[in-house]
Design a protein around this ligand. Structure first.
Ligand code: ZN
Length: 317
């Protein structure tokens, strides 16, 4: 995602081997443990597994394909039950045509309407030549959605249906603009406009960069004000008001294509990531420093609590 002041800090050229990685072995054990509540520790473990299998996930890379396989493995029960959709499309980018895939996982609720929870899973294409793994930027939030899915599998929604949405192609391929960014969400918003899904969406909540050890969630000025008020209530109810920052910045993210089509959206994002200095004007954001040690199970627990409480509050409206 981007704000206007973002600068791509592509300085290092580290030749990272994209070799085969062993498949995560204890995924099912984690799943068994985590069904009773949405666990930040489990989400942290899934982040580690995801990064081991697919450290670099830029468009068209073997790591991107590995990331897709990882997502498919996590949702084997939903694939079996036809609650897992692959939305494939070809995007026209500054680097030519690229095949992209969004994934949607559906948990049927009792009320008419849908709450969509989103995250992007790929890594930044312009950073393909540095050791950029996006632990916080893509991996941790995808893991958070996977962990939410494990919970929803065991505890189907009692209110609105909940759909998990793993967006592809969020990052710019060359430099951020309305045309060169959010490929997956733009495609899906258009598709859901055509097929009549959009009016059923009560809220789209996006998770972005909220594994940050020093969690301070922005007040995104491009998000729906009522949903932001609800986030404040959720933070109060779960004792996490300290995780909300007062920064009020318009943020361009996978929320925008849906907001433009009238969907109430909320970007739950912590844009302020790591210390800032002259060589790192955006801190760890879009640098080789965005690694697993910069995120924490505790922050993922806070984020998980906020998402669960947001679902509860939206169900009550
Ligand atoms: Zn990013």
């Amino acid at each position: 995602m981007m704000t206007k002041m973002t600068i791509l800090a592509a300085a290092l050229t580290v030749a990272a081997a994209l070799g085969q990685h062993p498949r995560a072995s204890h995924a099912s054990a984690v799943a068994a443990q985590s069904a009773e509540r949405v666990s930040g520790a489990a989400a942290y473990e899934i982040t580690k597994q995801f990064l081991a299998v697919a450290p670099k996930r830029f468009n068209g890379s073997p790591g991107h394909a590995a990331a897709e396989r990882f997502l498919q493995e996590q949702f084997a029960p939903e694939i079996r039950d036809h609650r897992f959709e692959q939305d494939s499309f070809t995007a026209s980018t500054p680097a030519g045509l690229q095949t992209m895939h969004n994934y949607i996982v559906k948990y049927q609720g009792r009320k008419d309407g849908i709450i969509v929870l989103g995250s992007h899973y790929e890594t930044n294409y312009p950073l393909k030549d540095i050791a950029f793994v996006g632990a916080n930027d893509g991996a941790a939030t995808s893991a958070l959605l996977i962990e939410l899915g494990r919970y929803l599998r065991a505890h189907p929604p009692q209110g609105y249906s909940v759909w998990l949405c793993f967006f592809d192609g969020e990052e710019a391929v060359k430099s951020w603009s309305a045309q060169d960014s959010t490929y997956g969400s733009r495609h899906l918003a258009a598709k859901w406009s055509q097929d009549g899904t959009l009016p059923k969406i009560k809220a789209l909540l996006l998770a972005d960069m909220i594994g940050d050890k020093h969690l301070d969630i922005d007040h995104d000025a491009n998000s729906n004000p009522q949903l932001y008020d609800l986030l404040r209530t959720a933070a109060k109810n779960t004792n996490h008001l300290g995780a909300l920052s007062t920064d009020n910045t318009p943020i361009e993210d996978d929320t925008v294509p849906f907001a433009q089509r009238g969907v109430p959206v909320l970007d739950i994002i912590d844009y302020d990531y790591g210390p800032h200095d002259a060589t790192h004007p955006d801190g760890y954001h879009h640098t080789a420093e965005d690694t697993i040690d910069k995120i924490s199970a505790q922050s993922l627990q806070t984020s998980a609590d906020l998402f669960v409480e947001m679902i509860r509050l939206i169900d009550q409206r």
